[in-house]
Design a protein around this ligand. Structure first.
Ligand code: SAH
Length: 464
């Protein structure tokens, strides 16, 4: 190991930055984040640093670097574009045992700066010992996506309770178990979900409990899995999928997505194929409650967004009544996913100022829609579950004044490698299901915006 990673308190003495261009400004930003008092020396200064100097956030010395500036500095960064100056700064600082960094020149450095994942007060520093800053950046991007943004708030909560917990659990081992339980359970999840007050109360409650430190209440994550492409999952969805011990999923969730759940998670299929029975809604809700009461972390994975034609609201009502912690994670809804992947903007300044999402399923052979609001001009209509009632839908829209020539599209299995897009108009759309053997799930998009497909289509999967 060539370098020792350490975390350095910079508040004791000032730091010196030699150079005042864009690169120096980047370094100054980093130092200031660590609450360092910064002195910048250079004959000329860039706009960003000039503003900082004017606001007295840094000290600027408008002259060339000279040895006496090193004085009592905690560290020195050379960021000039003059190699000779950089070299001189390095030599003089090393001679005085002052840590020195020369930007982009590891040979002249006595310390190097890592890539940082910042979840203040949690800091993760990544270094490739200068071998490949690009690799360090990529690694950082991966960690950024895995570690919840609110990790810092969680650490702050823990810091606040450190003393209490120490009193309550004097034995180190017990204390460790307590914190592990908090960090892997509902309290941490509440913080990630922005429920800070609830997290605080839950933590206090757990601390007050007599006996075992392990709270047996599970929790439920109602997660939107998006329209099909696994890349469209949110970071949070993926994290919870890898955390839950039980997964309830249905037909709309692509198998590749279910595969991303924790390998040892129990998988329960609760969906239905058309005309076949699935678990009725009440039973799914009850199952969620029962599993959570067994202390399990339960994932209810739903296609698209759980709150858009997904009955997500109904599924969590019982959880709320039973006081079981839950959170809802939005997903990319089919209308949005299909529209993007078909090159059809749902709104467009020239064609549509409004977009409505409707469910087009038939009830007793007819479609219960507010037709007058649907035939408004400059509006896009995205119809979910509408293929069975396509005839009825187009007939009604035309009968109420919409032109037969109104552009319309069917997007089948949108965002997946099997996606197919069929473009037509209200007049000929009803013939498509027979002509093209349309399969579910399919989204119907109606409106002038459909014209954009010809120019904006970009996703062209190899389908079999
Ligand atoms: N909650 C889901 C919608 C459930 S309703 C969401 O937010 O997307 C089911 C309907 O969604 C299907 O009948 C179909 O119209 C549409 N749908 C879902 N996924 C789709 C996909 N990948 N391609 C096309 N339509 C899709």
């Amino acid at each position: 190991m060539k370098y020792l990673p350490i975390f350095y308190d910079l508040s004791v003495y000032p730091c010196l930055v030699v150079g005042a261009g864009e690169i120096a400004a980047r370094k100054v930003r980093q130092l200031r984040k660590a609450e360092a008092s910064v002195i910048v020396v250079a004959p000329e200064i860039c706009k960003e640093l000039k503003e900082l100097a004017e606001n007295k956030e840094i000290n600027y010395i408008s002259e060339k670097f000279s040895e006496e500036l090193l004085g009592d500095k905690m560290l020195v960064i050379a960021a000039t574009n003059d190699e000779e100056v950089n070299k001189k700064v390095s030599e003089l600082a090393k001679a005085q045992n002052i840590p020195v960094n020369v930007v982009d020149n590891p040979d002249l450095c006595s310390f190097i700066m890592p890539s940082i994942v910042d979840r203040d007060p949690v800091q993760i520093a990544i270094s490739t010992s200068g071998a490949s800053p690009v690799l360090a950046r990529l690694l950082r991007a991966r960690l950024e996506s895995l570690i919840p943004a609110s990790y810092g708030r969680l650490a702050q909560l823990m810091a606040r309770f450190r003393g209490h917990v120490k009193q309550r659990y004097p034995k180190m081992q017990e204390r460790r178990r307590f914190w592990e339980h908090i960090l892997q359970g509902p309290v941490a999840e509440m913080i990630y979900a922005g429920q800070d007050d609830a997290a605080l109360k839950a933590l206090e409650k757990t601390l007050e409990k007599e006996g075992s430190v392990i709270d047996k209440t599970g929790e439920v994550y109602l997660v939107g899995a998006g329209p099909g492409d696994p890349d469209l999952l949110t970071f949070r969805a993926l994290r919870l999928m890898q955390q839950a011990e039980v997964v309830l999923y249905d037909r709309l969730v692509a198998p590749e997505i279910v595969d991303l759940c924790r390998k040892d998670a129990e998988r329960i299929y609760v969906g239905k194929k058309r005309d076949q029975h699935a678990l009725p809604q009440e039973e799914i809700s009850q199952l969620l409650v029962d599993l959570a009461k067994q202390g399990k972390r339960v994932l209810r994975l739903k296609g698209g967004d759980p709150f858009i034609f997904g009955r997500g609201g109904e599924e969590i009502e019982l959880l709320s009544a039973e006081n079981i912690p839950f959170q809802v994670i939005p997903g990319i809804t089919a209308a949005s996913g299909c529209a993007s992947y078909a090159g059809i903007p749902l709104t467009h300044r020239d064609y549509a100022h409004t977009c409505v999402f409707v469910a087009g399923h038939l009830k007793d052979g007819s479609m219960d829609l507010n037709w007058d609001t649907l035939i408004q001009p400059r509006q896009t209509i995205a119809v979910y579950m509408g293929v069975m009632g396509l005839q009825e839908l187009c007939r009604e829209l035309i009968a109420r004044g919409m032109s037969e020539q109104m552009p319309a599209a069917l997007v089948q299995q949108g965002t997946t490698h099997k996606q197919k897009v069929y473009i037509g108009n209200l007049g000929n759309l009803p013939d498509f299901p027979k002509q093209h053997d349309i399969k579910p799930p399919t989204m119907i998009i109606i409106g002038e915006v459909v014209k954009c497909h010809e120019k904006l289509s970009w996703f062209d999967p190899q389908s079999d």
